[in-house]
Design a protein around this ligand. Structure first.
Ligand code: FMN
Ligand code: SF4
Ligand code: SF4
Length: 253
């Protein structure tokens, strides 16, 4: 069984490809019951985006309630820059036999750093494909290792900055909608894994004060009507559409 958490599809896409190659199943951990996991599988995998140098808190809480049995446990962290010690930290919650980072396009166009261009997004997708093949080979070999790009100051970033992010940065206050673009389709409400959005009079309202900060609503709104503060205005949106880069950033996608 491979559990994933994903806002903009990088982790979901990778979980599904890996599951296909391992002859296993990819399951969205949102809505799954960790206590129902029976621990009888050959593989127990977790795929998630790195948020502030750690796994998303919701994924850590889920993993902490799973009894892994005798499965070969692994995690894949998708990230846009560096992972810090996200995989080591995850392993302290659910002991991993292996952990891999796969660099993927950035989905957080709300800061003035770690921002991909359209060109670097496509380049990352081209480089991620062989990296994924390599990782699948290591999983089939049931390797025992952690292999990722930790970056500088990794330990402090994971153990000091991730808690600060979870406490202060996962707020919904800065989200707003450009009403002249929004068509009231309700996709944002449906896709929000935190159940934080409700449509009121045809427009999204962020009803909960905090969320997972997954950026699904902002990146996947078909009209690019959702903004986070001012910085996201005019920035291109990204979500995973497969490794075939011809499909990205065209009018019809
Ligand atoms: C709130 C937030 C925090 C992030 N923090 C990091 C980070 O610390 N390091 C990094 O390399 N990428 C970071 N990213 C980028 C994502 O990890 C990356 O784009 C990931 O592949 C997205 O996965 P998804 O498409 O499955 O949601 C962050 C993204 C978000 C939304
Ligand atoms: S997804 Fe976009 S267009 Fe659809 S209701 Fe939400 S904000 Fe409006
Ligand atoms: S409000 Fe947006 S960013 Fe927050 S969890 Fe929902 S979809 Fe993700």
């Amino acid at each position: 069984m491979i559990f994933y958490f994903s806002g903009t599809g990088n982790s979901r896409g990778i979980a599904e490809i890996v599951a296909g190659r391992l002859g296993d199943r990819a399951v969205n951990m949102i809505g799954a019951d960790p206590l129902a996991y029976e621990g009888k599988d050959a593989y127990l995998g977790f795929v998630f985006p790195v948020y502030a140098y750690a796994a998303p808190e919701v994924m850590l809480k889920f993993a902490g309630r799973i009894a892994p049995g005798n499965a070969y446990t692994f995690a894949i962290a998708t990230f846009s820059n560096v992972t810090g010690e996200a995989l080591e930290h995850f392993s302290s919650v659910l002991p991993l036999r292996s952990g891999y980072g796969i660099k993927m396009p950035d989905n957080y166009p709300v800061l003035n750093k770690i921002l991909d261009t359209k060109e670097s997004t496509l380049q990352k997708l081209r480089e991620a494909k062989p990296r994924l093949e390599y990782v699948i080979g290591r999983l089939l070999a049931k390797a025992e290792e952690i292999d990722t790009l930790r970056g500088e100051d990794a330990h402090r970033r994971t153990y000091e900055l991730a808690p600060q992010f979870n406490e202060r940065m996962r707020v919904t206050g800065p989200f707003w909608v450009e009403k002249d673009r929004c068509v009231g389709c309700g996709a944002c409400e449906k896709m929000c894994p935190a159940g934080a959005i409700r449509l009121r009079e045809g427009y999204p309202v962020w009803e909960k004060p905090d969320c997972y900060a997954c950026m699904a609503c902002l990146n996947r709104c078909p009209k690019e009507a959702i903004q986070f503060g001012e910085y996201s205005k005019g920035k291109f949106r990204y979500f995973f559409k497969g490794f075939d880069t011809e499909r990205y950033f065209k009018e019809d996608t």
